[in-house]
Ligand binder design. Sequence first.
Ligand code: MN
Ligand code: MN
Length: 467
Amino acid sequence: MTDKEQYEALSYKRKNVYETLTEDERSQMNALCGDYRDFLNRAKTERECVELSVKLAEEAGFRPLEEAAELKAGDKVYILNRGKNIMLAVIGTEDIENGINLCGAHIDSPRLDLKQNPIYESCGMALLKTHYYGGIKKYQWTAIPLALHGVVFTRGGERITLNIGEGEDDPVFTITDLLPHLAKDQMSKRMTDGVEAESLNVLFAGEPLNADVSDKVKFAVLKLLNERYGLKEIDFQNAEIEIVPAFKAKNVGIDESFIGAYGQDDRVCAYTTLRGILDAEQPKKTAAALLVDKEEIGSCGNTGMLSAFFAMTMAEIIEKIKGSCSVTAYNRVIRNSACLSSDVSAAVDPNYESAFERNNSTFAGCGMCVMKYTGARGKSGSSDAGAEFMYEVEKIMDDNGVVWQSGELGKVDQGGGGTIAQYVANLNMEVVDCGVPVLSMHAPFEVTAKTDVYMAYRAYKAFYKDR
Ligand code: MN
Ligand code: MN
């Protein structure tokens, strides 16, 4: 062996997925990514993600958990939580007390929510007040086409589902920005202050009603909303309405090697996790997929990872398999379980390389990312996976031809972030973050490499099969 060969044999080098792909794998990847783009276009909110997941699950033979009196190996079930959170499971052949294999992703994404009293008139226009959700750079949300998705109840109790701005002939909405000619004051501000939260008001209407009232455009809008949907202004007090980018998912690059779309954090992991369980063959250990809400605001609330929903569902599954679920049996199941926290990482951005430390960051196109820890500063707010579990996961990836890379969010002390991993770890099971590197994370148009999407799908599937 030459020194060069020996060095290559001993040292670690990141691989580009394309170096390893067969023609067959390439066509599987393109088919998966086509389905994924379709999923992104049809599911831009957590509610829409849950609805579409149910549809796909039922097509794959999954049934509601409440309809099953008992559960046995091979049974496929799903359970919903308030329309915004779903768990799916395929019952394994082994005793469930040996633990389950869980993949957990989040289906909420940064966006603008309408405030509870949103409609007002100014300068002859009707506008909507918003309150941003999750970590956004506010300036990115101005001067782009926006769509309106949500749910509202009329005083009569009718549930109205709104989805405006997605159809080819639908109108869209937008948040106006100041012309550069007059932006001297704005442009000299810090970027965090250049666009203020209270300036993120959505342009909603402009035609006044010729009537003897002060707000003629607002009056026209209220009449229109009443005629079209039976709504009164007070009904917005109960509404959950989300403003999201109106554009569709697209292939990016002359070679179409990337996907650009809104909401890929974390629908890229949610979709690949979902496909992983829908395509799972009879597993030894019970396989479960959990799609949670509210990750972007701290995993709180009754549909977030901190909700008791997961524990309650596990107890019900155990009871339907074993006839009863003692606290001890539940504890044994959880202690022996393991989770891939399916969430995205930041891909090194060639325009902002100085924010990253190259040895320990992830690169778009170099495979699924395994993050031992996230957090900020001295790993604060992180679940730091143990060496034993890291090895177990890496071995499964290697054995199944999954191209993977490790990484952390960026340079130490440059910022940071968290995932659901720490809350899963608190239940007392093994967990590590595994997902897809993303460029322009949290922007209205996020970018992933198709090869990484494909490897994430293969990783989740391999985890269900082999652990
Ligand atoms: Mn995320
Ligand atoms: Mn995020």
